[in-house]
Ligand binder design. Structure first.
Ligand code: MLT
Ligand code: MN
Ligand code: ZN
Length: 306
């Protein structure tokens, strides 16, 4: 399969429009060596054919499509390589791009869990709004470990795992999580047998999550924060990483420790990186520590053949 990272930043992107933290100010002025990044999304296609699956629909989707010609194969007057969309949660950074797909000539095939579908029909009624445009052909993602496929994208299958995470602030269960608010997905190429575990929002690594990570050839997991108190310490927020469903990279029980326990050959990547995270500065000690641990921070436009 071929994977394209369309957006590697967390909500807000990098630099974030209203932020003058060291990273955001530094990337704008050129004093910090870092690459700008758009908001969280990947596109996955089999080795053959144009059509693929969009994982998450970022507010930056139009810019992402323009920057990645693979998404516009131009086979017809109206065309797109997006055969279907899979959502891993119902947050603004993953769902807002659905509005931008409203010009489709047929209903948009969309896979999400029941709680996400509810949040996107009530608290933030994107799916109801879209019914006035192209409409949505929604398919429920099961949490029982069964695989699903996206018609038109042959040879790939997808298996969801409920994660410890947070629903969006407009969800009635923001403070009382239910299974399916947030999922990780194992994306598998049936021909080669190779797979990637994708989980841009991952609050805790439970035994089933670790099993899914250890069984994959590559992991693309939550890179939001370096420390639990990153936003508090920088004075840009009051919430701690774990409180909002993101396991920080550093420290005891952090993502770096977990990734070190994976089989030696596993490719380790971080995605959904918040603009405050020091790993974005390519000259930082934290970036160097990641590299020493054989962990790659994803960049927009990065492609992977698995
Ligand atoms: C998150 O991942 O925690 C959310 O997307 C944050 C946000 O965008 O507001
Ligand atoms: Mn997010
Ligand atoms: Zn910032």
């Amino acid at each position: 399969m071929r994977i394209t990272v369309l957006g590697s930043a967390a909500g807000g992107g990098f630099p974030q429009w209203n932020c003058n933290c060291r990273n955001c100010a530094g990337v704008r002025s050129g004093t910090v060596r870092a690459r700008p990044r758009t908001q969280s999304s990947i596109f996955v296609r089999p080795d053959e054919g144009d059509d693929g699956v969009l994982f998450n629909a970022s507010p930056d989707i139009l810019e992402q499509i323009r920057s990645n010609p693979a998404l516009q194969p131009a086979r017809a007057l109206r065309d797109s390589a997006i055969a279907g969309v899979v959502l891993i949660d119902g947050q603004v950074d993953h769902a807002t791009g659905l509005f931008m797909l409203r010009e489709r000539t047929k209903p948009l095939p969309l896979w999400c869990t029941d709680p996400v579908s509810e949040d996107l029909s009530q608290g933030n009624p994107v799916l109801r709004v879209l019914s006035h445009y192209c409409g949505v052909a929604r398919h429920a993602i099961a949490l029982d470990g069964s695989a699903f496929e996206v018609p038109g994208v042959s040879g790939l299958d997808f298996r969801a795992l409920a994660l410890t995470g947070k629903a969006a602030p407009y969800s009635p269960h923001r403070d009382d999580p239910v299974a399916g608010d947030n999922i990780g997905i194992t994306i598998r190429d049936r021909k080669s047998g190779r797979s990637v575990f994708y989980a841009p929002g991952l609050g805790a690594i439970t035994p089933p999550v670790f099993d899914a990570m250890a069984s994959a050839d590559a992991v693309m997991v939550d890179g939001t924060f370096w420390t639990d108190d990153e936003m508090v310490r920088l004075g840009v927020g009051t919430k701690r990483a774990r409180e909002i469903g993101h396991l920080p990279q550093s420290g005891e029980g952090g993502m770096i420790e977990w990734l070190a326990r994976l089989p030696a050959g596993t490719r380790r990547m971080l995605i959904h990186i918040n603009n405050t995270n020091p790993i974005l500065d390519e000259d930082s000690d934290e970036h160097a520590a990641l590299r020493r641990a054989d962990i790659e921070p994803c960049e927009d436009g990065m492609t992977l053949q698995l």
